[in-house]
Design a binder for this molecule. Structure first.
Ligand SMILES: C[S@@+](CC[C@H](N)C(=O)[O-])C[C@H]1O[C@@H](n2cnc3c(N)ncnc32)[C@H](O)[C@@H]1O
Length: 301
């Protein structure tokens, strides 16, 4: 046998990009949950795998896991994940690996930009086209009241203020517990719209706040708060009372279960689809179905 053949290492067939991202995410979850030890070697291997995924995505390979599986989101999320691992494990890791992680975390943005706005993760841009079509009759209108349940860092709220609620006597009410640093990020993004006077911020849980709002007081309601089935159903039922006749309601994440990363991170109960199906069935005959895709859009009859 020649020297070359003697030393040959079997070449693993290249993993497809979706499997590689999924494997890397599974590892991350097991380290975050403390199910697997994050040794120096494991940390280096994980970081290499993240870098390979990002290089492949940047080269044009894509994973078909729904509208949020964008390269920009993977870029921001992987740095966010690496920073979280570092916070949890830094005392147990050697200086070389800590340095490698720090360099990676600081090698790119830990946020996604949309125009002047900054988000930890962009879960809205993919909806803009359908929202523009479904909400066109409100553009520039006056005396409009909009309500959003679940605002996070203000992505959908900023878009509504900038593109739909451009007329006089309009308001957008945003309900969210705004935990931790979320509130400051929301406030900073809303300030960038220069429409803060149109915004009513209600900090808290929807189930505590919705009963105090005016019945049939809203032209548009976006249900995007807690994704547990019971909460989604409660939000839908309360929101329906608050919606004016001919008002539009959008229900988010109808197809959340189809994304393997969500499948991995979520439990059965966090899937809104069953609550949305139940609502559509119970309220049948009282709405016109405008759109059914990863979101469901209804007009109240
Ligand atoms: C998917 S995010 C909303 C995304 C936002 N609409 C956007 O497009 O950027 C869900 C939000 O619901 C909020 N939330 C969770 N439980 C809630 C509750 N019980 N009531 C209101 N909001 C809640 C979370 O704090 C989070 O900010």
């Amino acid at each position: 046998m020649s020297e070359g053949i003697d030393k040959a290492v079997p070449v693993e067939p290249a993993m497809d990009i979706s499997s590689q991202v999924l494997e890397t995410t599974k590892k991350l979850v097991s380290y975050l949950k403390g199910e697997a030890p994050l040794t120096d070697q494991a940390a280096s291997v994980w970081l290499d795998s993240v870098r390979t995924c990002l290089t492949r995505l940047a080269a044009g390979e894509s994973v078909d896991w729904g509208p949020e599986a964008t390269t920009a989101n993977f870029n921001a999320l992987s740095r966010f994940a690496a920073a979280r691992l570092l916070r949890l494990y830094e005392p147990m890791l050697g200086p070389k690996v800590v340095n490698e992680f720090s360099l990676f975390v600081n090698s790119g943005p830990r946020f996604v930009e949309r125009g002047p706005y900054r988000f930890s993760f962009d879960c809205f841009s993919s909806r803009i086209e359908s929202w523009r079509a479904d909400l066109s009759r409100f553009v520039g209108g006056s005396d409009l009241q909009f309500l959003e349940i679940g605002s996070l860092e203000g992505n959908s709220a900023c878009w509504l203020l900038e593109n739909i609620l451009t007329g006089e006597d309009v308001s957008l009410t945003c309900i969210d517990p705004f935990p931790g640093t979320v509130e400051a990020k929301f406030d900073a993004n809303i300030a960038r719209t220069r429409s803060t006077a149109k915004l009513v911020k209600l900090k808290g849980r929807s189930r505590d706040i919705l009963p105090s709002l005016a019945a049939e007081g809203y032209d548009f309601i976006y249900v995007d708060g807690c994704h547990h089935q019971v909460s989604v159903l409660e939000d839908e039922i309360f929101s329906w009372r608050l919606l004016r006749p001919r008002g539009i309601m959008i229900l988010d994440d109808y197809t959340l279960r189809k994304n393997p990363i969500h499948e991995l991170l979520s439990t059965e109960i966090q899937r809104p689809d069953k609550a949305i199906d139940a609502f559509l069935s119970i309220y049948e005959g009282r709405y016109e179905l405008i759109r059914i895709s990863d979101q469901v859009t209804l007009r109240k009859l």
